[in-house]
Design a protein around this ligand. Structure first.
Ligand code: GLA
Length: 379
């Protein structure tokens, strides 16, 4: 009898302990409606919550990160990305908040593309140039949710978009799959896999705007940025790369050691005039195709620190120069100029017309791969 009581007690203690662990692990995935498109298609919002309570909200429209919370140095969570409250704004918006942009993220000069000796005229949706895949890029498409799962690393969602041969005038049917995982060490990992049935170009990126203060009314000029780049690719007045790769040393483009974004932003420097601030591609110094640290951002007041890792050879650092405080974003906040910063891991802008840059050509039988990770901590 005594033995039985002891055994029972042991079972109860063990059950209690395991209950506690379950309670401590906050990870889960939730799904709810995010409204409808004009054609009646239902947009769904997926909330991934990791074991530490961090949340990523992702919609199938544009495979867009709508919100992402991260703790400050006191453990207080705040949303650190810009976005909208309703799908209609994502449909209308030209800001690319949080979306996967493609087929070609960034610019192609004059929208001119030559693949396998054949010329294609792409949409000129940014002055004379082509930007972020054209008038209806991947950010304005419904993606298929292949599934969600609680992986060993954290909750994950897999989305696929099939871009038909000729869509936006690009050759080849491209199938792009993106897996977002909110890892239990507080990172949002984005893994891309792509294939094509005809030679084409593929250069997708995620276009999240970060403001680590969590107060989207304040500009990001006090954020301290480090870019793992000794050189950048200068642009012309239309923001098309010239083909040159120039040293950052002695220029406002030098972020080899972390410095406040606002420190040199108003310097009398032609490249900054062209971009209306920073809107350039930096060349990752130690690029070798493996995942490595490409950038870090620190916001001193909150103590939030974000590190970006990627397999990509370049990163477009854009500091929200075109935000103008007109369009109401989440919670009705009208995001002012420079209230968010993007670190778009990518191949270089206008690579299809710059044979000296790493190629973005994708041929049938090849597999496109990119991994980019935004990891959050505090200091
Ligand atoms: C990219 C471009 C910017 C701007 C934004 C979207 O980052 O480089 O010039 O077009 O997208 O507003």
């Amino acid at each position: 009898m005594k033995k039985l009581v002891v055994a029972l007690l042991c079972v109860l203690v063990a059950m209690n302990a395991s209950c506690k662990t379950i309670k401590k692990d906050k990870s889960m995935i939730e799904k709810k409606s995010f409204g409808k498109l004009t054609d009646g298609a239902e947009v769904t919002l997926y909330t991934l919550k990791n074991a530490k309570g961090m949340e990523a909200k992702i919609i199938d429209y544009g495979a867009t990160v709508v919100s992402l919370t991260a703790p400050d140095k006191n453990g207080i969570f705040a949303d650190v990305v810009l976005g909208y409250d309703d799908v209609e704004r994502y449909v209308r918006g030209g800001t690319y908040f949080g979306a996967i942009v493609g087929r070609y993220g960034n610019r192609i000069g004059q929208g001119k593309l030559t693949v396998d000796g054949k010329e294609y005229q792409l949409a000129r949706n940014n002055g004379a140039n082509h930007l972020h895949g054209g008038t209806t890029g991947f950010n304005k498409k419904m993606w298929i949710v292949d599934g969600t799962s609680m992986t060993k690393d954290g909750p994950a969602i897999t989305l696929t978009y099939v871009s038909k041969d000729g869509e936006e005038n690009y050759p080849g049917t491209v199938k792009l799959t993106v897996v977002y995982t909110l890892t239990n060490d507080n990172a949002l990992s984005i893994v891309y896999t792509g294939t094509t049935d005809k030679a084409t170009v593929l250069n997708p990126t995620n276009h999240s705007y970060f403001n680590l203060s969590g107060d989207m009314n304040t500009p990001i000029l006090d954020h301290e940025l480090m870019l793992a780049a000794d050189t950048f690719t200068p642009v012309d007045a239309g923001l098309i790369t010239t083909g040159k790769v120039v040293d950052v040393a002695g220029t406002p483009m030098d972020f080899r050691t972390a410095k406040k974004i606002g420190k040199d932003i108003e310097a009398n420097f032609e490249q900054l005039k062209f971009g209306g601030g920073y809107d350039h591609n930096w060349v990752i110094a130690k690029y070798d195709g493996n995942v490595q640290l490409i950038a870090s951002v620190y916001e001193p007041k909150s103590g939030r620190f974000m590190e970006a890792f990627s397999t990509e050879p370049g990163v477009q650092f854009y500091c929200g120069n075109f935000l103008d405080g007109r369009v109401p974003g989440k919670n009705g906040i009208k995001y002012p100029k420079r209230s968010g910063l993007c670190l778009e891991a990518q191949h270089f802008p206008d690579s299809p017309n710059k044979p000296e840059f790493p190629t973005t050509l994708l041929k049938p039988g090849e597999i496109y791969h990119q991994t980019t990770i935004y990891k959050f901590s505090t200091k």
